[in-house]
Ligand binder design. Structure first.
Ligand code: SF4
Length: 402
């Protein structure tokens, strides 16, 4: 079987957060959602028609933007349509991203999403202090986080993720510790802890340039990272990637596929796909031929603006903005850099099976040097960063560029 994960992008948010550089737009009119969903469903139908019985979809992730901003009936319709169109594997992980401030008080939205077949909710919580949430430009309050988690449990979700952020303007180490403990207190199966990145083009970037963003000093940010590992570890969450922690059995399978450099189809405005070879039933010769690529490993990406994306789909075109072939060198580099983000690392056997080359031969001198410096562990047929290697993250990953 050929596992291809599925990502669906919902580009609307109620308002734009100050730090956000995702492909998201502040809208919440029902008309916008309906028009967009018609286009997304049409794109889903066209891709689904290309898949044959060798393909299986092991994970589905509805992300954004804010998928939970969709009216309850539209969210339910979208989830049901995925099951109708795609060969979703039995027991597949099916995640919907949700903003705690976009749920109805009766919990109808989550209940309908669960009944339709979603089985995991990822909540963008970020912090447990209202003043920090306001500063981030988040829509929700701490109280709404508690209500949202309770609503998700009532709806029958047994797999929840809470996203937290650290290194925020005005955030102290004590604030972050309070957030970690509050998150643990809610008992989710998975917790992500991301450090704030200041991305060009965001409101935070302008404030930063003007010297008006009081970020915690680097040592405090490092302290927050250590604290996350200590507090979450003591509560039974295993760290398995730079920013991700899970109870045993609850690692995010969808994201693990990204880090293992697997295949996925990303549909919707601005979504990216990564395919190792052409889709099985490329009847029209348009995917990925539409962007003139050779039939090997490719990355494709869709038009980012919802209006352009919708117009392309309505005109019967693949809504692609571009694509690129990934040569063997690029494939090996990505496999190492993504894989070493995870604590499982990269297996020598997997590398050989995928590339027909020995990991120790391709990266021999780099591996030996990093091992000597105490940054890499190559025991048991797997290459993993040591705790020291992880602390140096970017510098070590860069060594794997060929
Ligand atoms: S809710 Fe998420 S996607 Fe939307 S603006 Fe905020 S950070 Fe960006």
């Amino acid at each position: 079987m050929r596992p291809i994960a599925l990502y669906l992008h919902i580009p609307y948010c109620a308002q734009k957060c100050g730090y956000c550089d995702f492909n998201s737009y502040a809208f919440s009119r029902r008309d916008d959602h309906e028009r967009y969903l018609r286009a997304l469903e049409r794109e889903m139908e066209r891709y689904a028609a290309l898949l044959d019985e060798t393909v299986t979809v092991p994970t589905v992730f509805v992300g954004g933007g804010t998928p939970s901003l969709l009216p309850a009936d539209l969210l339910e319709r979208l989830i049901r349509r995925v099951y109708e169109l795609f060969p979703v594997a039995p027991g597949a992980e099916f995640t919907v991203e949700a903003n705690p401030g976009t749920l109805d008080t009766e919990g109808e939205k989550l209940a309908r999403a669960r009944q339709a077949g979603a089985n995991r909710v990822s909540f963008g919580v970020q912090a447990f202090q209202d003043h920090l949430l306001r500063r981030l430009g988040r829509l929700h309050t701490v109280q709404e986080v508690y209500e949202a988690v309770a609503a998700a449990r009532r709806a029958g979700f047994a797999n929840l993720n809470l996203d937290l952020m650290y290194g925020l303007p005005g955030q102290t180490v004590a604030d972050f510790e309070e957030s970690l403990r509050a998150a643990v207190g809610l008992g989710p199966e998975h917790i992500s802890a991301y450090s704030l990145m200041i991305e060009e083009g965001t409101a935070f970037y302008r404030l930063y340039q003007e010297g008006r963003l009081p970020l915690p000093p680097e040592e405090e940010e490092e302290e927050m990272d250590r604290l996350a590992e200590a507090v979450l570890g003591a509560a039974g969450y295993e760290r398995y990637e730079v920013s991700n922690y899970a109870r045993p059995g609850y690692r995010c399978q969808h994201n693990l596929n990204y880090w293992r450099n697997g295949e996925w189809l990303g549909l919707g405005a601005g979504a990216h796909s990564h395919l190792l070879s052409p889709l099985p039933r490329d009847a029209a010769g348009e995917v990925p031929g539409a962007v003139g690529l050779p039939p090997g490993e490719v990355r494709l990406w869709n038009l980012a603006l919802p209006a352009e994306y919708e117009a392309a789909v309505a005109a019967g075109r693949w809504p692609l903005a571009g694509g690129e072939a990934i040569d063997l060198k690029g494939q090996m580099e990505e496999t190492m850099i993504l894989g070493l983000r995870t604590w499982e690392g990269v297996g020598e056997e997997e590398f050989r099976a995928r590339f027909g080359r020995e990991l120790r031969e391709v990266y021999g001198p780099v591996g030996e040097r990093l091992e000597r410096e105490g940054l890499l562990d190559r025991s048991g047929g797997r290459w993993r960063l040591t705790p020291r290697g992880r602390r140096l993250g970017n510098r070590v990953w860069a060594e794997f560029l060929l």
